[in-house]
Design a protein around this ligand. Sequence first.
Ligand code: BEZ
Length: 231
Amino acid sequence: MELSWESDSFKYIKLIEYYIMALRLGDIAPDFRAETTEGTINFHEWLGNGWGVLFSHPADFTPVCTTELGTVAKLKDEFAKRNVKVVALSVDGIESHHQWIKDINETQSTTVNFPIIADPDFKISGLYDMIHPNANDKFTVRSVFVIGADKKVKLIITYPASTGRNFEEILRVIDSLQLTANYSVATPANWKDGEDVVIAPAIKDEDIPAKFPKGHKRIKPYLRTTPQPNK
Ligand code: BEZ
């Protein structure tokens, strides 16, 4: 593909942004200052020593987003139990967000209890690569970023605008990530809280009994399972 700066400068900038800015697992989540429905936040300071979920929406006053924000509000205790703060983002302005929250509370029988970032100048959505121009160049896609206590990005999921997210799945991944952060384990396919977990390959057989006193199964030399350590 031949590009010329005069006619394709926007594409050049997007390409540069793509290579420089694309966030990957293990990167430090970019810090930012933002206006939200609960006041101005400095992201890293607001996260404190806990975990975070930052998730974006295509736009205010849209049906799927309305159900998503209501669902997240109802899961507040589940996120809090895991020491996770939640913050949403859409590219609409703060006044629009406040008006929309009234509709969410009314239609979803809840009270929105987390901040929604107003990002009308695309500052934060650009930083987190939430605009996918080939899907839509004006609205954010449904991005989810899980950020660990070390401020590193632990999970990135991207859904299309037409599919509402499964927040039970996001809680499930947080459970898995927090287990990995605290014990030398990973979680198998379709794992749910309370089920057996996989012992990390780096752990030697002879170290298993001391590290996993609840016992273990050695199905193959590389496949060893143990009851969930924190249950
Ligand atoms: C929604 O949130 O309902 C929605 C937003 C953009 C496109 C399609 C659906």
